[in-house]
Write a protein that binds this ligand. Structure first.
Ligand SMILES: [Zn+2]
Length: 323
């Protein structure tokens, strides 16, 4: 049985919920506030099927949020697909550099961007090569070597353009930094496109979850950077039609028959109406999904548990004041 849209969203919320605590608990992370935003992402939903099939909620739009990342992936595919389909000889180019330490990661990514743009510019200004491509930045963590592997995946209009960029890359990074054998030009298909727009960093690598400290290091390194960028053309990315900004306080005040409110409850893997007890999606997690959440739940510290209880109390108190 395939899941409905709202059940898919419930699944991603269910999976993100305990996972985000592992990031919140990384000591002294400058991203802590942004991680908390993900805790609140889609926590409250307003829906009335008689009025509209839309679900109104606030979204965190963070790249580590499984709810928001999947919305983003769908948007990217919709925006890029019509253009990429017209490239009859499109190629898939992989550009790498040597693995690096956490402290070097941000400057390394900046350098890679600079070299990449240098190649585009040289082609355009001096060589009569007008590169059209979409580039995605990725970074993985090597548990065995305790270091990071930043790399680019590029879908590019023709193999000639790919070879031109690749040669420039090898020339500028040199043999020590960019191993020639690690760089690849392959024919691209529609599957490569879907692959390209998936999450920036896979939070699971070779069946094992990447430790929160290392994921946090990656997110800090790429803060404010575009992970997907077009060169030589532009695309319009629409906002998610479901993600309508709402004045939450105002809704709580006018909560009534027209716009009933549903709040996320992790234990029942669904949004529940506090008024009627009705569940919004009817999502049932698979064994695999339950196992995924358990690994994080076991690690939640006592101090975070306390903090969560306090937040819930505060919310109930505010609700009382409004009612
Ligand atoms: Zn989100």
């Amino acid at each position: 049985m395939s899941l409905t849209t709202i059940q898919k969203r419930a699944r991603r919320k269910y999976l993100t919920y305990p996972f985000i605590f592992s990031l919140i608990e990384v000591a002294d992370s400058p991203m802590k506030k942004a991680y908390w935003n993900t805790y609140y992402c889609c926590k409250d939903v307003w829906h009335n099927e008689k009025m509209s099939d839309r679900y109104l909620a606030r979204y965190c739009k963070n790249r580590w949020c499984l709810v928001c990342a999947s919305i983003r992936t769908a948007q990217l595919i919709n925006a890029y697909k019509p253009i990429l389909e017209t490239w009859k000889e499109k190629s898939f180019l992989t550009l790498t550099v040597k693995n690096c330490a956490e402290s070097e990661l941000r400057s390394k990514l900046k350098e890679m961007n600079k070299i990449f743009f240098g190649a585009i510019r040289l082609g355009r200004l001096r060589k009569g090569i007008f590169v059209k491509c979409v580039k995605k930045m990725e970074c993985t963590y090597s548990e065995a070597r305790k270091d990071y592997h930043p790399h680019f995946h590029v879908i590019i209009e023709t193999p000639e353009q790919a070879e031109f960029i690749l040669n420039y890359w090898l020339e500028h990074f040199g043999k020590d930094e960019a191993n020639e054998l690690a760089q690849k030009v392959l024919p691209a298909n529609d599957g490569s496109m879907v692959e390209l727009f998936k999450y920036f960093t896979k939070i699971v690598s070779k069946g094992k979850t990447i430790p929160a400290e290392n994921l946090n290091a990656i997110f800090c390194a790429i803060k404010g950077m575009h992970t997907v960028r077009p060169y030589g053309f532009s695309v319009a990315l629409p906002d998610d039609p479901d993600a309508i900004e709402f004045d939450v306080e105002a809704i709580e005040l006018v909560e009534n028959e027209i716009l009933p409110h549903f709040g996320w409850e992790q234990e029942v893997h669904d949004w529940i109406s506090w008024r009627t007890g009705e569940m919004l999606s009817g999502y049932e997690p698979s064994k695999k999904a339950v196992a995924w959440t358990k690994q994080f739940e076991e690690k939640v510290s006592k101090s975070l548990e306390k903090e969560l209880i306090q937040k819930q109390k505060l919310k109930k108190k505010r609700k009382k004041i409004h009612s």
